[in-house]
Design a protein around this ligand. Structure first.
Ligand code: T4K
Length: 376
């Protein structure tokens, strides 16, 4: 019995959803025929249009990945000095600040949403603060109204790291339309993928043009360079793949929703396991399924994590350690555990369970049985 468990297929925290291979062939043939491989080619242009339409936004600029999108968004708004952000995110959020010579200032998170606590932002503002960089963690909306109120009061820009928030709608409109800019990631591990990829959601055509220039070395036209830009361009294979994925994304999110519901049903009554609530007034994308392993659960978070590995299941501790604990950040005054008690505590008890469209019901049951303790 035990031996058969060991040879079962591994279950990862996520797996990319891939449209059928044969459906990709015609796109590749077109690329081979046209020999247009990158630099705003035909698939790039079409994908930008179709994606903006799908997301319900007016303008967006595609990128080679989400990190370059973040770095460029900060450049586009000429952000300098200090930026207030969350420690409870993937390290790329704060790295984008360091790449721009900006000092991150960490503020604690809200215990319900796990996003930057709007009540704590004001106390961290100094004369050097120029912007806020909140993250819609797990795709759940930040308190966008309160964030904007504070930003308006102090004349700060707001850039949302919306890497997890593909397709999320809040109060009937795209969550991505909040703030001055939002960035998306289409990495292989995300709800919607182009292998690597990303985008900046822009409020108007002028801002999009500036960002398009910045991602293309700063070229405004053939002979004019207007800024020290970078190479952040998405290529034609990525864009074509994005177009194909778009045709299947609603089905993929619907399957994630079923898995989320199954976990909620079967895990809600297990002592010591807390399930963060789904966001209200939100069309959610079910991008992650975090559970909290509380003190009264029969194992510690680390013991449960190790136990999963014995069953060939690989949940992830997103986000542990906190960004503020990494060597390049921990010397900052705002990085101390005492300044970030909620985030610190959460990072020690969170575990993100596997959730992806091709996860079978049988695999979901395997995950649930490990937590239930029905497997030793
Ligand atoms: N902001 C936020 C809030 C983010 O979460 C991220 C990225 C960014 C910004 C930056 O965006 P990008 O520059 O990446 O576009 C992963 C991803 O590498 C990263 O994109 C993501 N956040 C982060 C949350 O997760 P790892 O180190 O956990 O990934 P990895 O390679 O361990 O993969 C996790 C599991 O996914 C594997 O165990 C199996 C599966 N997998 C992974 C890959 C790469 C596959 O099945 N196929 C694959 O190709 O960071």
């Amino acid at each position: 019995m035990k031996a058969s468990k060991i040879i079962e297929e591994p279950v990862y925290v996520t797996r990319p959803f891939l449209a059928p291979l044969e459906e990709f062939q015609p796109y590749l043939e077109k690329i081979w025929e046209s020999k247009w491989l990158t630099n705003a080619g035909p698939f790039h242009q079409e994908f930008e249009r179709m994606l903006a339409e799908y997301l319900g936004v007016e303008h967006l600029a595609l990128f080679a990945n989400g990190t370059l999108a973040l770095v460029t968004a900060l450049q586009a708004l000429r952000i300098i000095g200090e930026v207030i952000t969350t420690p409870f995110s993937f390290v790329a959020t704060a790295h984008s600040l360091l790449w721009n010579g900006i000092k991150p200032v960490f503020v604690d998170i809200d215990p319900e949403t796990f996003n930057l606590d709007p009540n704590k932002i004001e106390a961290a503002i100094t004369p050097q603060t120029t912007a806020l960089l909140p993250v819609h963690v797990y795709g759940k909306p930040c308190d966008v109204e309160r964030v904007q109120e504070t930003a308006d009061l102090y004349g700060l820009k707001v850039i949302y790291d919306a890497a997890h928030a593909f397709g999320v709608k809040y109060q009937g409109k795209s969550l991505l339309s909040h703030g001055d800019l939002s960035i998306l990631s289409f990495h292989a591990t995300k709800t919607f993928t182009t292998f690597e990829g990303g985008a900046i959601i822009c409020p108007d055509a002028k801002t999009k043009k500036r960002i398009d220039d910045l991602k293309n070395f700063g070229f405004h036209d053939e002979v004019t360079v207007v800024a020290p830009g970078i190479n952040g361009k998405m290529n034609e294979v990525q864009a074509a793949f994005g177009l194909l994925q778009l045709k299947h994304i609603d089905k993929a999110i619907a399957r994630r929703r079923e898995i989320d519901a199954q976990y909620r049903k079967d895990l809600s009554s297990i002592p010591g396991i807390s399930l963060p609530a789904l966001p209200v007034d939100t069309k959610y994308n079910y991008s992650y399924f975090p559970i909290l392993v509380e003190k009264n659960y029969l194992l510690s978070r680390e013991e449960l994590y190790e136990k999963f590995h014995r069953y060939n299941i690989y949940p992830r501790r997103y986000f542990y350690p906190l960004i503020s604990e990494f060597p390049m950040y921990r010397g900052l005054a705002s990085a101390s555990a005492g300044n970030l008690p909620i985030a610190h505590n959460l990072s020690r008890k969170v575990l993100c369970l596997p959730i992806y469209p091709n996860l079978s019901n049988e695999q979901v049951s395997r995950v649930i049985n490990v937590i239930r303790g029905s497997t030793s």
